[in-house]
Ligand binder design. Structure first.
Ligand code: UT7
Length: 319
């Protein structure tokens, strides 16, 4: 068994914030951000809640899949910044769509979408689920430290969704993690227990950019090589590569190491910045709606992020 993608959807906040707009708020400039990251602007939530984006992306994916929403028996949402700690984002999407089904969130940081695909495959293979809505929704700008110019300029908000069902299109998928909170972390809620003697962390994202960068380049290349082998194909058989949109220089480093033509790497980082686990499904949906993919095209995807997690897959486009 396995799975196939029936439909995709995405949703971005209406406010686009350019590098020049940021340079009016802090000591930064378009030249630094563009040359170090490839980012020119990012979409940032202003009056939108994350649920608005998640539900909008979900509805578009359901429309493309041409299914009745009541056929969905499982909602998986990948996020590090749910509107509530509980209920989960998936439960809120379930409420917004007006359906009742198994609903759960997973947090694998920027690798969440690939973790979600693997979990969906396991649900489908075991016969537990038949139609799964996988939504990746992130509000990273709410967790960014806006007094730290080295991280806050990198992130954007958005949601991407896919509807998945039984099929043979997922050729290979693998995920892993190397536990490490030093290189990238966001502290949890500390609360006000009178008995708690531990120190509260700041609820902002902290990242050692240089070390995460090195981890990203080596893990993307190693994991893609493994995935290509596992899928029983060669790099020449690959039509498109969708990497986690964290930094154009990371994508450039992968392009130098892997034997795949540059034109096959798709990207929207210039417009969207890093939207964590939503970055690959947003890119997938945007390219699908442009008519980029034809049936049977082989897509490679690879993500890395906090955890430290990685996730990689090869999937045939089947719509
Ligand atoms: O999805 C989560 C995964 N995260 C990532 O993929 C991030 C991976 N890492 C990166 O993308 C890069 O490490 C960054 C883009 C975050 C940083 O690039 P870098 O080349 O490693 O720069 P740096 O941190 O070494 O900073 C170089 C200089 C510093 O100045 P000095 O000390 O050399 O005088 C910084 O203070 O750039 C300065 N700087 C800035 N200048 C203008 C840092 N941030 C900014 C800024 N504007 N926004």
């Amino acid at each position: 068994m396995g799975l196939k993608i029936l439909g995709t959807g995405s949703s971005l906040p209406k406010l686009s914030v350019t590098n020049d707009m940021l340079s009016g708020l802090m000591d930064t400039n378009d030249e630094w951000i563009s040359t170090r990251t490839g980012i020119k602007s990012r979409y940032i939530c202003s009056d939108e809640k994350l649920l608005d984006l998640a539900a909008d992306a979900a509805k578009k994916a359901i429309d493309m899949a041409r299914i009745d929403k009541d056929e969905i028996d499982t909602i998986i949402c990948t996020t590090v910044c749910s509107d509530y700690l509980t209920p989960s984002m998936a439960c809120m999407i379930n409420k917004e769509l007006g359906i009742s089904c198994r609903s759960l969130d997973i947090n694998a940081a920027c690798s969440g979408f690939i973790y979600g695909l693997e979990l969906a495959k396991a649900y489908i293979d075991s016969g537990i689920a038949k139609k799964i809505l996988l939504v990746s929704a992130e509000n990273m700008t709410r967790l960014s430290d806006w007094s730290d110019r080295s991280t806050c300029v990198l992130f954007g908000d958005g949601a991407g969704a896919t509807v998945l069902s039984e099929g043979d299109d997922l050729m290979a998928v693998s995920v892993t993690a190397r536990g490490n909170e030093e290189l990238l972390n966001i502290s949890g809620i500390h609360g006000n227990s009178p008995f708690d003697k531990t120190e509260a962390g700041e609820n902002f994202l902290h990242m050692n950019g240089k070390e995460v960068y090195k981890f990203a380049v080596s893990s993307i290349c190693e994991e893609l090589e493994k995935t290509v082998k596992e899928a029983g194909i060669e790099f020449k058989d690959v039509d498109y590569i969708l990497l986690h949109q964290a930094n154009m220089r990371i994508i450039g480093a992968a392009q130098k190491r892997l034997p795949v033509a540059k034109e096959k790497y798709l990207s929207n980082i210039d417009r969207c910045g890093n939207t964590s686990s939503a970055s690959i499904p947003i890119l997938l949906d945007e390219e699908a709606r442009k008519g980029r993919f034809k049936k049977g095209d082989v897509l490679l995807m690879s993500a890395f992020g906090g955890g430290l997690t990685t996730g990689t897959c090869a999937i045939k486009w089947g719509i």
